[in-house]
Design a protein. Structure first.
Length: 117
């Protein structure tokens, strides 16, 4: 499985940004797709994920209501729409894939998101 994240950059607090992840490889290992992030000096944390079969989603409490994950299975793309980001959302964002939500086996190279106040 290969994952290529893009769309990161500098955004003002309260603005919006959309991250994209292009995925390839066996579908069996991409049944669950997610976004994780890691801020400087902190451990990587879960942000959101989506189930390929039923499109069910899950979000970290810190982003719920502001971020939206979606997917285009035909194009093997996963998106993370970030609305009203704040400075605490500054991090490297990683796309992830796995056979289910409990087992993310693959991570992409990451894309930097910096939110300015």
């Amino acid at each position: 499985v290969q994952l290529q994240a893009s769309g990161g950059g500098l955004v003002q607090a309260g603005g919006s940004l959309r991250l994209s992840c292009a995925a390839s490889g066996p579908t069996l290992f991409r049944l669950s797709m997610g976004w994780f992030r890691q801020a400087p000096g902190k451990e990587r944390e879960f942000v959101a994920d989506i189930n390929r079969s039923d499109a069910s989603t899950a979000y970290a409490a810190s982003v719920k209501g502001r971020f939206t994950i979606s997917s285009d299975n035909a194009k093997n793309l996963v998106y993370l729409q970030m609305n009203s980001p704040n400075v605490e959302d500054t991090a490297v964002y990683y796309c992830a894939a796995g056979p289910n939500r409990e087992r993310y086996m693959y991570f992409g190279q990451g894309t930097q998101v910096t939110v300015s106040s």
